[in-house]
Design a protein around this ligand. Structure first.
Ligand code: FAD
Length: 421
């Protein structure tokens, strides 16, 4: 049956990545007759930024980065406008303007513009050839090219991205240093005890760390670039990779009147903004966190996919609610695997941690409970249970009857739970 909103509706999507692709799928699931147009600042088919560190490490070929090929757009009857930025939205008239002044009308609009890396300061043209962030294929290729010759490499930020880049480009004969603002690696994800295990593994590979360093800018020194810290140091390198976080690409919505933005574009459980017929999904939006119930940006691939699909279904007139997302990351570096799901640090209140660690074996496990329900986990080197943990979080299962067993068998969660099931 065709939905009430379907027919010759014009669906317009800005962005062409996880959220956009899944919105296309969602729309076509319910409506085969509307038109779909995708606008992207980038030129090629949709690809996964998640895979770029593997491409830099030459573990996968370039073609593996792409999540869809041209047949996807053809089969889903999508018109693509690639290599052009959308620059303004005229919400009352339902128009979008592109950078070349083209004007496109829409009945339903999805903003799926994602996020862009943050730099500590603007990078001048003379410095630009030595400094890179990592988000796009172009960034990845710049890093591959520069890392080929570089003997001294500086990574700014010991977060997920910084550590993945270190894993991808470290090689014998290269002096690789990671400068980090906090006191330990992955400060937003793990505690100092778990961080020490990861740091040791990287140091074993010859990587050095400088903690409590805030890079505030860059300057050129001969054939090298210097990262200048607030502590007054000048850290010289042939290549600097910056991984200190991302900002949502809300600029387009800011220029248009009326769309509510806090940190990201504020959306409801149906991915709708406060403006009629305008939706947002993925890293640009502030959706519901499943665990806390609060609105926040949840910058990960699976959240963008699910939000995108939800947006697409709703744009096609099918009412579908998003129950909320949670942060989840898997980091595989230097033979270590770290999985973080949901909350990774106690946030006060009733949150308690069941913890086990074996520094000699490089094993660390922490499960966070709130009122006897699992709300998060950090699993270093024993992550087989990550799917089970996510499932228990999503089902809000009270695990009080298993708690004691779980505390005794922290590395064998499946067994601890199934024994009593
Ligand atoms: C190196 C790296 C590793 C990552 N690892 C993980 C991981 O392990 N797990 C995980 O879950 N997530 C990971 N992520 C995050 C994940 O890639 C993002 O959450 C996901 O890509 C978000 O998808 P999105 O569709 O919201 O936006 P994006 O992927 O950011 O895409 C937005 C698109 O919109 C386009 N665009 C922006 N503005 C405009 C405009 N004005 N006009 C036209 N087009 C525009 C951009 O060019 C871009 O193509 C990683 C990201 C990076 C960079």
């Amino acid at each position: 049956m065709r939905s009430k909103l379907s027919g010759a509706k014009r669906q317009l999507i800005i962005g062409n990545s996880a959220a956009a692709i899944n919105a296309i799928r969602g729309i076509r699931e319910k409506d085969n007759s509307c038109s779909i147009t995708v606008i992207s600042a980038e030129k090629g088919n949709a690809y996964s930024p998640v895979l770029t560190p593997y491409y830099i490490a030459r573990k996968i070929p370039k073609k593996t980065l792409f999540v869809v090929d041209h047949r996807f757009y053809r089969n889903h009857k999508v018109k693509r406008i690639l290599g052009k930025k959308a620059v303004a939205i005229d919400a009352p008239r339902q128009w979008v303007y592109l950078e070349d002044n083209t004007r496109l009308g829409y009945d339903y609009l999805l903003i799926a513009t994602g996020a862009s890396p943050v730099l500590p300061a603007p990078v001048r043209a003379s410095i630009e050839p030595y400094v890179s962030t990592l988000r796009t294929i172009q960034d990845a290729e710049k890093i591959i090219e520069l890392a080929r010759q570089a003997k001294e490499i500086l990574i700014v930020g010991a977060g997920l991205l910084g550590l993945q880049v270190a894993n991808a480009i470290n090689k014998p004969g290269v002096k690789l240093t990671i400068a980090e603002y906090a006191k330990h690696v992955l400060p937003e994800k793990i505690d100092a005890e778990c961080a020490a295990l990861i740091q040791r593994r990287l140091e074993d590979q010859g990587i050095s760390f400088l903690f409590e360093r805030a890079v505030k800018g860059f300057k050129k020194k001969g054939s090298k670039v210097c990262a200048v810290t607030e502590q007054g140091e000048e850290l010289k390198a042939n290549l600097v990779v910056v991984g200190i976080g991302v900002n949502p690409n809300t600029e387009l919505a800011t220029r248009s009147s009326g769309i509510e933005i806090k940190e990201g574009i504020v959306i409801d459980d149906f991915m709708k903004t406060n403006v009629e017929n305008i939706f947002a999904a993925g890293d640009v939006s502030e959706g519901k966190n499943f665990i806390s119930g609060q609105r926040q940006i949840i910058p990960n691939w699976s959240n963008a996919c699910l939000q995108g699909r939800t947006a697409g279904l709703n744009m096609a007139g099918h009412r579908m609610k998003y129950e909320g997302g949670m942060t989840e990351n898997i980091l595989s570096i230097f033979g270590l695997t770290l999985a973080t799901i949901g909350l990774s640090k106690p946030t006060g209140g009733n949150v308690e941690a069941l913890k086990y660690s074996n520094p000699q074996k490089g094993i660390y496990r922490k499960i966070l409970l709130d009122d006897n329900k699992i709300v998060g986990a950090v699993l270093l080197d024993k992550m087989e249970d990550s799917g089970l943990i996510k499932n228990l979080i999503q089902n809000r299962l009270d695990i009080s009857i298993w708690k004691e067993k779980l505390a005794r068998a922290p590395l064998d969660m499946g067994k601890a739970l199934s024994a009593l099931w």
